[in-house]
Design a protein around this ligand. Sequence first.
Ligand code: GLP
Length: 397
Amino acid sequence: MRSVAVGLSIGLFCAMLPIPLQMLIAAVCCFIGRGNIPIAIAACWVSNPFTQILLMLFQERVGAKIRGILDLGWLDFIDIDGTVPFIKEDLNLANFAVGVGATAFFLGIIAYPIIFCFYTIVPKKYLQGVAILKRKIPVISLTTTPMKKIPTEVFEDKQAAVNKLAAETAELIRSNDAVAKITVLGLATGSSPIDYYKSLIHLHNTDGLSFQNVITFNLDEYAGLDREHPESYWHFMHQNLFNHIDIKPENINLPSGMIGEAEIPSHCAQYEQDIKDAGGIDLQILGIGRTGHIGFNEPGSPKDSLTRAIELNPITREDAAPSFGGIDKVPTTAITMGCGTILAAKRIVLMAWGTGKAPIVNEAVTGPVNDIVSASYLQDHPNASFYIDKQAAGDLE
Ligand code: GLP
């Protein structure tokens, strides 16, 4: 009933306007009143001739003066000219009916294609936009909640987070073992994953978790450090994980820091090939550097970059300085998996702890995807998560 009422009112109103304007209004009505358009348009269509008749009778009574006020537009069709001679001198009801009918017919021709268009041709997306406009606008809150573009789990403390990640890893290994499938883990260095590695070792010691069918690929290695250097990532991984579990030495992979410059491209290409040959990375573990890097993908690293040599950012070298005993001792370059290599992993979990990581975590999780913060690329990964503690989530709240 409401549609009919609206249609009738619109019809009454439209009838007083020139035809192009009537059409425009009909289109706008279709647009706004979607849902019951056929009824609304039909009512509009039916009411129009009636209105015209009323207007003509009205005009006949008040004469030409009214014309200047109302600009009766389509009444010109039946040749009303100031003095209204047609009506005054020769009111032929049959002609009159033909005029009104023809106008109604014309409206019908226009109205039906409009209905058709709005139900079939106008893209759904556009109509959704209108639906959004029609929604009631909620009261705007002054405190804003950041939009988390990467699923982010905030844990009470680091231990709760690493326990969950270790359990997820054990589940993955065991389910692959059950179908005689190798599990490929992508591993990270830095302080962030140390407790996670402790949890894995604990599961190995107390729960029989075996790494016999696990192949690992580490993210990166400093250039110029041999394996035994106390700051090499090879050394770090053996100290913190490999020496304490039953992984086969031949299943451990890290880029080499001791490759001659000329051999770096082929070494990196081989690393990529080895990952592919192993079946791709099932679970990639990440930390995040202060520059927003994952691996050593410093600002400027393209999204599709692969394993390559990279110059370390001064901030990264500064962060590594204490363990090297001075920034001068920190290598200036490294070999790192690329962002593309990392993003090819089936599942990715990035860990971050403490207030120091809060600003960069916020940028990666809520900021734009760009090559300044390579961790922001994880927004485009279908199965990436951040596991962080309350402190690292500080800037998200
Ligand atoms: C190094 C590693 C990164 C690691 C980062 C953060 O730069 N190459 O893989 O994410 O350190 O280290 P931390 O976890 O100690 O903050």
